[in-house]
Design a protein around this ligand. Sequence first.
Ligand code: ADP
Ligand code: MG
Ligand code: ZN
Length: 496
Amino acid sequence: MTNVATEYETVIGLEVHAQLLTKSKMYCPCNADYADSPPNTHVCPVCLGMPGVLPVINRQAVEYTIMTALALNCQIAEVSRFDRKNYPYPDLMKGYQISQYDMPFSHDGWLEIDADGEMKRIGITRVHLEEDVARLVHVQNEAGETYSLVDVNRAGVPLMEIVGEPDLRSPEDSRQYLMKLRQILQYLGVSTASMEEGQFRCDANVSIRPLGSQEFLGKVEVKNMNSFRAVYRALAYEVERQRQVVEAGDCIEQETRGWVEEEGRTVSQRTKEYAHDYRYFPEPDLPPLTIAREWVEDIRARMPELPDAKKERFLRCYGLTEYEVNLLTETRAKAEFFEACLASLEGEGETRVRQRAKAVGNWMLGDFARLLNAANVEIGDALVKPEQIVEMLDMIDSGVISGKIAKTVFEEMFQTGKPPRQIVEEAGMTQISGSDELTEAVDKVLAANAKAVRDYQSGKEGALRYLVGQVMRETRGRANPDLANQILREKLVGGG
Ligand code: ADP
Ligand code: MG
Ligand code: ZN
Protein backbone atom coordinates (compact mmCIF):
# COMPACT_ATOMS: atom_id res chain seq x y z
CA MET A 1 0.00 0.00 0.00
CA THR A 2 1.38 3.42 -0.86
CA ASN A 3 1.32 6.10 1.69
CA VAL A 4 -0.48 9.08 0.16
CA ALA A 5 -0.36 12.22 2.27
CA THR A 6 -3.88 13.14 3.33
CA GLU A 7 -5.05 16.64 2.58
CA TYR A 8 -7.19 18.28 5.21
CA GLU A 9 -9.94 20.82 5.17
CA THR A 10 -10.29 23.34 7.95
CA VAL A 11 -13.70 23.87 9.54
CA ILE A 12 -14.28 26.93 11.70
CA GLY A 13 -17.35 28.36 13.44
CA LEU A 14 -17.17 31.55 15.51
CA GLU A 15 -19.12 32.66 18.54
CA VAL A 16 -18.94 36.41 19.02
CA HIS A 17 -19.99 38.37 22.09
CA ALA A 18 -20.57 42.10 21.64
CA GLN A 19 -21.34 44.55 24.42
CA LEU A 20 -24.28 46.73 23.49
CA LEU A 21 -24.16 50.51 23.64
CA THR A 22 -27.21 50.95 25.86
CA LYS A 23 -27.37 53.63 28.55
CA SER A 24 -28.33 51.20 31.31
CA LYS A 25 -27.53 47.59 32.06
CA MET A 26 -29.51 44.59 30.82
CA TYR A 27 -31.77 44.00 33.80
CA CYS A 28 -31.28 47.02 36.10
CA PRO A 29 -31.04 50.82 35.81
CA CYS A 30 -27.26 51.01 36.51
CA ASN A 31 -25.20 52.99 34.01
CA ALA A 32 -23.69 50.57 31.49
CA ASP A 33 -20.89 52.94 30.57
CA TYR A 34 -18.40 51.96 33.23
CA ALA A 35 -15.09 51.89 31.36
CA ASP A 36 -13.54 54.92 33.04
CA SER A 37 -15.22 54.52 36.43
CA PRO A 38 -13.62 53.34 39.67
CA PRO A 39 -14.39 49.69 40.54
CA ASN A 40 -17.81 48.85 41.98
CA THR A 41 -19.40 52.25 41.40
CA HIS A 42 -22.04 51.09 38.88
CA VAL A 43 -23.82 48.57 41.05
CA CYS A 44 -27.20 47.92 42.62
CA PRO A 45 -28.88 44.94 44.34
CA VAL A 46 -29.95 43.51 40.96
CA CYS A 47 -26.53 43.35 39.31
CA LEU A 48 -24.93 42.41 42.62
CA GLY A 49 -27.14 39.34 42.57
CA MET A 50 -28.89 39.96 45.90
CA PRO A 51 -31.67 37.55 46.75
CA GLY A 52 -35.24 38.66 46.23
CA VAL A 53 -34.62 41.31 43.58
CA LEU A 54 -36.39 41.34 40.22
CA PRO A 55 -34.78 41.93 36.83
CA VAL A 56 -36.43 44.14 34.19
CA ILE A 57 -35.68 43.69 30.47
CA ASN A 58 -33.84 46.55 28.75
CA ARG A 59 -35.96 47.39 25.73
CA GLN A 60 -33.14 49.15 23.90
CA ALA A 61 -30.96 46.03 24.18
CA VAL A 62 -33.74 43.94 22.63
CA GLU A 63 -34.08 46.48 19.80
CA TYR A 64 -30.35 46.44 19.13
CA THR A 65 -30.38 42.64 19.05
CA ILE A 66 -33.29 42.53 16.63
CA MET A 67 -31.65 45.21 14.49
CA THR A 68 -28.42 43.22 14.35
CA ALA A 69 -30.33 40.05 13.54
CA LEU A 70 -32.09 41.85 10.66
CA ALA A 71 -28.76 43.13 9.36
CA LEU A 72 -27.54 39.52 9.42
CA ASN A 73 -30.56 38.34 7.45
CA CYS A 74 -31.98 36.33 10.36
CA GLN A 75 -35.55 35.25 11.03
CA ILE A 76 -36.96 37.07 14.04
CA ALA A 77 -38.76 34.84 16.52
CA GLU A 78 -42.46 35.43 17.19
CA VAL A 79 -41.95 34.59 20.85
CA SER A 80 -38.67 34.65 22.66
CA ARG A 81 -37.67 33.76 26.18
CA PHE A 82 -34.83 34.19 28.64
CA ASP A 83 -33.30 31.22 30.42
CA ARG A 84 -31.05 30.72 33.40
CA LYS A 85 -27.65 29.31 32.66
CA ASN A 86 -26.31 27.99 35.93
CA TYR A 87 -22.65 27.72 36.82
CA PRO A 88 -20.61 28.73 39.83
CA TYR A 89 -17.81 31.17 39.16
CA PRO A 90 -16.49 34.13 41.17
CA ASP A 91 -17.31 36.60 38.36
CA LEU A 92 -20.92 35.44 38.16
CA MET A 93 -22.71 37.34 40.89
CA LYS A 94 -26.01 35.47 40.91
CA GLY A 95 -24.55 32.02 40.34
CA TYR A 96 -26.41 32.04 37.04
CA GLN A 97 -26.48 34.14 33.93
CA ILE A 98 -29.76 35.25 32.39
CA SER A 99 -29.24 34.19 28.80
CA GLN A 100 -31.30 32.56 26.06
CA TYR A 101 -31.37 28.87 25.31
CA ASP A 102 -33.95 27.36 22.99
CA MET A 103 -36.03 30.46 22.20
CA PRO A 104 -33.54 33.11 21.10
CA PHE A 105 -34.62 36.38 19.48
CA SER A 106 -33.48 35.24 16.06
CA HIS A 107 -32.09 32.40 13.98
CA ASP A 108 -31.00 31.30 10.49
CA GLY A 109 -29.30 34.24 8.88
CA TRP A 110 -26.14 34.82 6.88
CA LEU A 111 -23.25 37.17 6.41
CA GLU A 112 -21.43 37.55 3.12
CA ILE A 113 -17.63 37.62 3.12
CA ASP A 114 -14.97 38.00 0.49
CA ALA A 115 -13.22 34.62 0.46
CA ASP A 116 -10.25 34.82 -1.88
CA GLY A 117 -12.00 37.24 -4.22
CA GLU A 118 -15.24 35.26 -4.20
CA MET A 119 -18.32 36.29 -2.26
CA LYS A 120 -19.35 33.54 0.12
CA ARG A 121 -22.30 33.34 2.51
CA ILE A 122 -21.51 32.26 6.05
CA GLY A 123 -24.51 30.99 7.97
CA ILE A 124 -25.57 32.73 11.18
CA THR A 125 -27.08 30.23 13.58
CA ARG A 126 -28.62 32.75 15.95
CA VAL A 127 -28.32 36.17 17.52
CA HIS A 128 -29.41 36.27 21.12
CA LEU A 129 -29.13 38.38 24.22
CA GLU A 130 -27.52 37.78 27.58
CA GLU A 131 -25.59 39.69 30.22
CA ASP A 132 -21.93 40.23 30.88
CA VAL A 133 -20.22 39.02 34.04
CA ALA A 134 -18.13 40.92 36.60
CA ARG A 135 -14.43 41.40 36.04
CA LEU A 136 -11.80 39.63 38.11
CA VAL A 137 -8.59 41.53 38.69
CA HIS A 138 -5.69 39.35 39.72
CA VAL A 139 -3.12 41.11 41.85
CA GLN A 140 0.17 40.33 43.46
CA ASN A 141 1.24 42.35 46.49
CA GLU A 142 4.77 43.28 47.54
CA ALA A 143 5.09 40.13 49.63
CA GLY A 144 4.46 38.13 46.47
CA GLU A 145 1.03 36.94 47.58
CA THR A 146 -1.56 36.73 44.88
CA TYR A 147 -5.28 37.31 45.25
CA SER A 148 -8.22 38.38 43.14
CA LEU A 149 -10.52 41.38 43.33
CA VAL A 150 -13.98 41.58 41.85
CA ASP A 151 -15.20 44.64 39.97
CA VAL A 152 -18.95 44.34 39.50
CA ASN A 153 -19.30 47.34 37.16
CA ARG A 154 -19.39 45.10 34.11
CA ALA A 155 -21.85 42.60 35.60
CA GLY A 156 -25.21 42.88 33.87
CA VAL A 157 -24.04 44.92 30.87
CA PRO A 158 -26.04 43.76 27.83
CA LEU A 159 -24.13 41.22 25.83
CA MET A 160 -25.29 40.10 22.42
CA GLU A 161 -24.10 36.73 21.18
CA ILE A 162 -23.78 35.98 17.49
CA VAL A 163 -23.26 32.29 16.81
CA GLY A 164 -21.95 31.42 13.37
CA GLU A 165 -22.33 28.17 11.44
CA PRO A 166 -19.18 26.10 10.84
CA ASP A 167 -18.95 27.49 7.30
CA LEU A 168 -15.56 29.16 7.52
CA ARG A 169 -12.72 27.31 5.81
CA SER A 170 -9.58 29.14 6.84
CA PRO A 171 -8.12 31.58 9.36
CA GLU A 172 -8.34 34.26 6.65
CA ASP A 173 -12.07 33.54 6.10
CA SER A 174 -12.48 33.97 9.82
CA ARG A 175 -10.69 37.30 9.86
CA GLN A 176 -12.88 38.55 6.99
CA TYR A 177 -15.99 37.39 8.83
CA LEU A 178 -15.01 39.18 12.02
CA MET A 179 -14.09 42.39 10.25
CA LYS A 180 -17.35 42.40 8.34
CA LEU A 181 -19.32 41.69 11.48
CA ARG A 182 -17.56 44.46 13.37
CA GLN A 183 -18.21 46.88 10.51
CA ILE A 184 -21.92 46.06 10.54
CA LEU A 185 -22.23 46.50 14.30
CA GLN A 186 -20.43 49.82 14.06
CA TYR A 187 -22.64 50.99 11.17
CA LEU A 188 -25.72 50.07 13.21
CA GLY A 189 -24.26 51.90 16.20
CA VAL A 190 -25.20 49.03 18.51
CA SER A 191 -21.68 48.38 19.81
CA THR A 192 -18.25 49.96 19.69
CA ALA A 193 -17.19 46.45 18.66
CA SER A 194 -13.69 47.19 19.85
CA MET A 195 -11.80 43.95 20.25
CA GLU A 196 -8.87 45.54 22.02
CA GLU A 197 -11.16 46.96 24.70
CA GLY A 198 -13.01 43.68 25.16
CA GLN A 199 -16.30 44.93 23.78
CA PHE A 200 -16.16 42.43 20.93
CA ARG A 201 -14.92 38.96 21.92
CA CYS A 202 -14.56 35.87 19.86
CA ASP A 203 -14.48 32.19 20.74
CA ALA A 204 -13.27 30.18 17.79
CA ASN A 205 -14.31 26.55 17.22
CA VAL A 206 -12.04 24.67 14.91
CA SER A 207 -11.68 21.17 13.54
CA ILE A 208 -10.09 19.53 10.53
CA ARG A 209 -11.30 16.71 8.31
CA PRO A 210 -9.98 14.87 5.27
CA LEU A 211 -10.60 16.97 2.17
CA GLY A 212 -13.84 15.89 0.52
CA SER A 213 -15.42 14.62 3.73
CA GLN A 214 -18.70 16.24 4.76
CA GLU A 215 -18.52 15.04 8.33
CA PHE A 216 -17.92 17.37 11.24
CA LEU A 217 -15.23 15.96 13.50
CA GLY A 218 -14.41 16.74 17.11
CA LYS A 219 -13.80 20.46 17.58
CA VAL A 220 -11.59 22.51 19.82
CA GLU A 221 -12.79 25.84 21.18
CA VAL A 222 -10.10 28.51 21.38
CA LYS A 223 -10.51 31.52 23.67
CA ASN A 224 -8.59 34.58 24.87
CA MET A 225 -7.82 36.31 21.60
CA ASN A 226 -8.06 40.07 21.83
CA SER A 227 -7.24 41.24 18.35
CA PHE A 228 -8.03 40.18 14.79
CA ARG A 229 -4.41 39.23 14.39
CA ALA A 230 -4.56 37.05 17.49
CA VAL A 231 -7.62 35.20 16.12
CA TYR A 232 -5.84 34.61 12.86
CA ARG A 233 -2.65 33.38 14.53
CA ALA A 234 -4.49 31.22 17.06
CA LEU A 235 -6.49 29.52 14.30
CA ALA A 236 -3.46 28.97 12.10
CA TYR A 237 -1.62 27.48 15.06
CA GLU A 238 -4.53 25.26 16.03
CA VAL A 239 -5.07 23.93 12.50
CA GLU A 240 -1.44 22.94 12.29
CA ARG A 241 -1.46 21.42 15.78
CA GLN A 242 -4.50 19.30 14.94
CA ARG A 243 -2.95 18.16 11.68
CA GLN A 244 0.11 16.95 13.53
CA VAL A 245 -1.99 15.13 16.15
CA VAL A 246 -4.01 13.37 13.45
CA GLU A 247 -0.95 12.49 11.39
CA ALA A 248 0.65 10.96 14.48
CA GLY A 249 -2.34 8.64 14.56
CA ASP A 250 -3.96 10.23 17.60
CA CYS A 251 -7.47 11.60 18.07
CA ILE A 252 -8.33 15.24 18.56
CA GLU A 253 -9.57 15.70 22.05
CA GLN A 254 -12.66 17.89 22.34
CA GLU A 255 -11.52 20.64 24.61
CA THR A 256 -11.28 24.32 25.34
CA ARG A 257 -7.87 25.84 24.71
CA GLY A 258 -6.54 29.30 25.51
CA TRP A 259 -4.41 31.39 23.18
CA VAL A 260 -1.18 32.57 24.80
CA GLU A 261 -0.22 35.63 22.80
CA GLU A 262 3.38 35.92 24.06
CA GLU A 263 4.14 32.29 23.29
CA GLY A 264 2.17 32.14 20.05
CA ARG A 265 0.45 28.87 20.98
CA THR A 266 -2.75 27.46 22.45
CA VAL A 267 -2.81 25.55 25.72
CA SER A 268 -5.44 23.18 27.07
CA GLN A 269 -7.84 24.76 29.57
CA ARG A 270 -10.45 22.11 30.10
CA THR A 271 -11.40 18.90 28.41
CA LYS A 272 -14.81 17.52 27.53
CA GLU A 273 -14.85 15.45 30.71
CA TYR A 274 -15.22 18.65 32.67
CA ALA A 275 -17.73 20.17 30.28
CA HIS A 276 -20.34 22.21 32.06
CA ASP A 277 -23.86 21.07 32.62
CA TYR A 278 -25.56 24.44 32.74
CA ARG A 279 -28.95 23.10 33.89
CA TYR A 280 -30.78 25.64 31.76
CA PHE A 281 -34.36 26.42 32.72
CA PRO A 282 -36.75 29.26 31.83
CA GLU A 283 -36.06 32.42 33.81
CA PRO A 284 -39.00 32.55 36.22
CA ASP A 285 -38.65 36.28 36.91
CA LEU A 286 -39.08 37.38 33.30
CA PRO A 287 -42.07 36.79 31.04
CA PRO A 288 -41.60 35.36 27.52
CA LEU A 289 -41.57 38.21 25.00
CA THR A 290 -43.99 38.35 22.10
CA ILE A 291 -42.28 40.23 19.30
CA ALA A 292 -44.90 42.11 17.29
CA ARG A 293 -44.24 42.18 13.54
CA GLU A 294 -44.98 45.92 13.51
CA TRP A 295 -42.17 46.43 15.99
CA VAL A 296 -39.79 44.44 13.80
CA GLU A 297 -40.78 46.50 10.76
CA ASP A 298 -40.40 49.70 12.75
CA ILE A 299 -36.86 48.65 13.71
CA ARG A 300 -36.10 47.69 10.12
CA ALA A 301 -37.23 51.10 8.93
CA ARG A 302 -34.82 52.79 11.32
CA MET A 303 -31.78 50.84 10.13
CA PRO A 304 -29.07 52.78 8.34
CA GLU A 305 -27.80 51.76 4.92
CA LEU A 306 -25.39 48.87 5.49
CA PRO A 307 -21.82 48.63 4.17
CA ASP A 308 -22.53 46.33 1.20
CA ALA A 309 -25.46 48.39 -0.04
CA LYS A 310 -23.46 51.58 0.38
CA LYS A 311 -20.51 50.15 -1.53
CA GLU A 312 -22.70 49.02 -4.37
CA ARG A 313 -24.37 52.46 -4.58
CA PHE A 314 -21.05 54.34 -4.41
CA LEU A 315 -19.69 52.19 -7.25
CA ARG A 316 -22.78 52.79 -9.34
CA CYS A 317 -23.24 56.52 -8.70
CA TYR A 318 -19.78 57.97 -8.35
CA GLY A 319 -17.62 56.11 -10.85
CA LEU A 320 -14.99 55.40 -8.21
CA THR A 321 -12.78 52.31 -8.17
CA GLU A 322 -13.57 49.39 -5.91
CA TYR A 323 -10.43 50.16 -3.97
CA GLU A 324 -11.54 53.74 -3.35
CA VAL A 325 -15.07 52.67 -2.44
CA ASN A 326 -13.80 50.11 0.06
CA LEU A 327 -11.78 52.77 1.83
CA LEU A 328 -14.50 55.43 1.71
CA THR A 329 -17.11 53.09 3.21
CA GLU A 330 -14.78 51.61 5.81
CA THR A 331 -16.68 53.45 8.52
CA ARG A 332 -20.11 55.04 8.42
CA ALA A 333 -18.57 58.34 9.52
CA LYS A 334 -16.21 58.35 6.53
CA ALA A 335 -18.94 57.46 4.06
CA GLU A 336 -21.25 60.12 5.45
CA PHE A 337 -18.53 62.74 5.37
CA PHE A 338 -17.86 61.87 1.75
CA GLU A 339 -21.49 62.21 0.76
CA ALA A 340 -21.93 65.42 2.75
CA CYS A 341 -19.26 66.90 0.47
CA LEU A 342 -21.48 66.09 -2.52
CA ALA A 343 -24.77 67.25 -1.03
CA SER A 344 -24.62 70.67 -2.71
CA LEU A 345 -24.47 69.01 -6.13
CA GLU A 346 -28.00 67.72 -5.98
CA GLY A 347 -29.72 68.04 -9.32
CA GLU A 348 -26.48 68.47 -11.25
CA GLY A 349 -25.48 66.16 -14.09
CA GLU A 350 -23.71 62.86 -13.67
CA THR A 351 -20.44 64.06 -15.17
CA ARG A 352 -20.23 66.91 -12.70
CA VAL A 353 -21.13 64.65 -9.76
CA ARG A 354 -18.51 62.08 -10.76
CA GLN A 355 -15.84 64.68 -11.31
CA ARG A 356 -16.48 66.19 -7.88
CA ALA A 357 -16.75 62.75 -6.25
CA LYS A 358 -13.33 61.87 -7.64
CA ALA A 359 -11.87 65.10 -6.26
CA VAL A 360 -13.44 64.61 -2.82
CA GLY A 361 -12.28 61.00 -2.78
CA ASN A 362 -8.74 62.02 -3.68
CA TRP A 363 -8.56 64.51 -0.84
CA MET A 364 -10.15 62.15 1.64
CA LEU A 365 -7.87 59.24 0.81
CA GLY A 366 -4.83 61.46 0.30
CA ASP A 367 -3.94 64.52 2.35
CA PHE A 368 -6.90 64.25 4.70
CA ALA A 369 -6.26 60.60 5.55
CA ARG A 370 -2.57 61.30 6.04
CA LEU A 371 -3.20 64.22 8.41
CA LEU A 372 -5.88 62.33 10.37
CA ASN A 373 -3.53 59.44 10.74
CA ALA A 374 -0.60 61.56 11.87
CA ALA A 375 -2.78 63.37 14.42
CA ASN A 376 -4.52 60.14 15.44
CA VAL A 377 -7.91 61.81 15.01
CA GLU A 378 -11.16 60.22 13.81
CA ILE A 379 -12.85 61.90 10.87
CA GLY A 380 -15.86 62.87 12.97
CA ASP A 381 -13.61 64.79 15.35
CA ALA A 382 -11.68 66.62 12.65
CA LEU A 383 -11.85 70.42 12.55
CA VAL A 384 -12.31 70.31 8.79
CA LYS A 385 -15.98 70.04 7.87
CA PRO A 386 -17.51 68.95 4.54
CA GLU A 387 -18.67 72.51 3.70
CA GLN A 388 -15.07 73.67 3.88
CA ILE A 389 -13.87 70.96 1.54
CA VAL A 390 -16.59 72.03 -0.88
CA GLU A 391 -15.51 75.66 -0.59
CA MET A 392 -11.90 74.70 -1.24
CA LEU A 393 -12.75 72.58 -4.28
CA ASP A 394 -14.89 75.42 -5.65
CA MET A 395 -11.92 77.74 -5.28
CA ILE A 396 -9.73 75.32 -7.21
CA ASP A 397 -12.34 74.86 -9.92
CA SER A 398 -12.78 78.59 -10.42
CA GLY A 399 -9.03 79.20 -10.50
CA VAL A 400 -8.82 81.23 -7.29
CA ILE A 401 -6.15 78.88 -5.97
CA SER A 402 -3.97 76.33 -7.69
CA GLY A 403 -4.05 72.67 -6.78
CA LYS A 404 -0.61 73.11 -5.31
CA ILE A 405 -1.60 76.01 -3.05
CA ALA A 406 -4.68 74.03 -2.04
CA LYS A 407 -2.42 71.52 -0.32
CA THR A 408 -1.04 74.25 1.93
CA VAL A 409 -4.51 75.68 2.47
CA PHE A 410 -5.88 72.26 3.38
CA GLU A 411 -3.16 71.66 5.91
CA GLU A 412 -4.08 74.91 7.64
CA MET A 413 -7.79 74.08 7.44
CA PHE A 414 -6.98 70.82 9.14
CA GLN A 415 -4.92 72.42 11.91
CA THR A 416 -7.16 75.42 12.60
CA GLY A 417 -10.62 74.63 11.27
CA LYS A 418 -10.66 78.01 9.50
CA PRO A 419 -12.65 78.23 6.26
CA PRO A 420 -10.39 78.08 3.20
CA ARG A 421 -11.49 81.45 1.82
CA GLN A 422 -10.36 83.14 5.02
CA ILE A 423 -7.02 81.32 4.99
CA VAL A 424 -6.37 82.29 1.39
CA GLU A 425 -7.31 85.93 1.95
CA GLU A 426 -5.30 86.30 5.13
CA ALA A 427 -2.19 84.82 3.57
CA GLY A 428 -2.66 86.46 0.16
CA MET A 429 -2.51 83.08 -1.52
CA THR A 430 -4.96 83.69 -4.32
CA GLN A 431 -3.76 82.55 -7.69
CA ILE A 432 -2.23 85.21 -9.91
CA SER A 433 -4.20 85.13 -13.11
CA GLY A 434 -3.73 88.76 -14.06
CA SER A 435 -1.02 89.18 -16.69
CA ASP A 436 0.34 92.43 -15.23
CA GLU A 437 1.31 90.98 -11.92
CA LEU A 438 2.60 87.85 -13.56
CA THR A 439 4.60 89.68 -16.21
CA GLU A 440 6.58 91.34 -13.45
CA ALA A 441 7.52 87.96 -12.02
CA VAL A 442 8.37 86.58 -15.46
CA ASP A 443 10.70 89.51 -16.19
CA LYS A 444 12.49 88.94 -12.93
CA VAL A 445 12.96 85.25 -13.69
CA LEU A 446 14.20 85.89 -17.22
CA ALA A 447 16.74 88.42 -15.98
CA ALA A 448 18.10 86.01 -13.41
CA ASN A 449 18.30 82.97 -15.71
CA ALA A 450 20.27 84.01 -18.77
CA LYS A 451 21.56 80.50 -19.33
CA ALA A 452 18.11 78.89 -19.42
CA VAL A 453 16.96 81.58 -21.80
CA ARG A 454 19.88 80.81 -24.16
CA ASP A 455 19.17 77.09 -23.84
CA TYR A 456 15.56 77.59 -24.82
CA GLN A 457 16.47 79.77 -27.73
CA SER A 458 18.90 77.16 -28.99
CA GLY A 459 16.04 74.66 -29.09
CA LYS A 460 15.96 73.04 -25.66
CA GLU A 461 12.24 72.83 -24.85
CA GLY A 462 13.05 71.54 -21.37
CA ALA A 463 14.41 74.95 -20.43
CA LEU A 464 10.89 76.39 -20.66
CA ARG A 465 9.65 73.96 -18.04
CA TYR A 466 12.50 75.04 -15.81
CA LEU A 467 11.58 78.69 -16.27
CA VAL A 468 7.90 78.04 -15.48
CA GLY A 469 9.10 76.35 -12.31
CA GLN A 470 11.11 79.42 -11.45
CA VAL A 471 8.06 81.65 -11.95
CA MET A 472 6.05 79.37 -9.65
CA ARG A 473 8.82 79.68 -7.12
CA GLU A 474 9.04 83.44 -7.47
CA THR A 475 5.29 83.74 -6.85
CA ARG A 476 5.37 81.12 -4.08
CA GLY A 477 3.12 78.84 -6.07
CA ARG A 478 0.47 81.46 -6.75
CA ALA A 479 1.02 81.81 -10.48
CA ASN A 480 -1.44 80.21 -12.82
CA PRO A 481 0.98 77.85 -14.60
CA ASP A 482 -0.77 78.02 -17.97
CA LEU A 483 -0.63 81.79 -17.97
CA ALA A 484 3.02 81.80 -16.84
CA ASN A 485 3.81 79.43 -19.67
CA GLN A 486 2.08 81.64 -22.19
CA ILE A 487 3.74 84.87 -21.07
CA LEU A 488 7.17 83.21 -20.99
CA ARG A 489 6.77 81.93 -24.53
CA GLU A 490 5.71 85.33 -25.80
CA LYS A 491 8.67 86.99 -24.14
CA LEU A 492 11.17 84.37 -25.29
CA VAL A 493 10.00 84.40 -28.87
CA GLY A 494 10.08 88.16 -28.75
CA GLY A 495 13.80 87.93 -28.04
CA GLY A 496 13.82 87.92 -24.20
P1 ADP B 1 -21.13 23.85 21.84
O1 ADP B 1 -22.33 23.16 22.35
O2 ADP B 1 -19.84 23.19 22.17
O3 ADP B 1 -21.12 25.33 22.12
P2 ADP B 1 -22.30 24.12 19.21
O4 ADP B 1 -22.69 22.98 18.34
O5 ADP B 1 -23.37 24.90 19.86
O6 ADP B 1 -21.22 23.64 20.25
O7 ADP B 1 -21.47 25.10 18.30
C1 ADP B 1 -20.84 26.18 18.80
C2 ADP B 1 -19.95 26.77 17.71
O8 ADP B 1 -19.08 25.78 17.21
C3 ADP B 1 -20.72 27.29 16.50
O9 ADP B 1 -20.17 28.54 16.14
C4 ADP B 1 -20.46 26.25 15.44
O10 ADP B 1 -20.41 26.83 14.16
C5 ADP B 1 -19.10 25.71 15.81
N1 ADP B 1 -18.90 24.31 15.42
C6 ADP B 1 -19.74 23.26 15.61
N2 ADP B 1 -19.20 22.12 15.16
C7 ADP B 1 -17.97 22.43 14.66
C8 ADP B 1 -16.91 21.67 14.06
N3 ADP B 1 -16.99 20.37 13.87
N4 ADP B 1 -15.81 22.34 13.69
C9 ADP B 1 -15.70 23.67 13.87
N5 ADP B 1 -16.65 24.42 14.43
C10 ADP B 1 -17.77 23.82 14.83
MG1 MG C 1 -19.56 27.14 22.82
ZN1 ZN D 1 -27.41 47.31 38.73
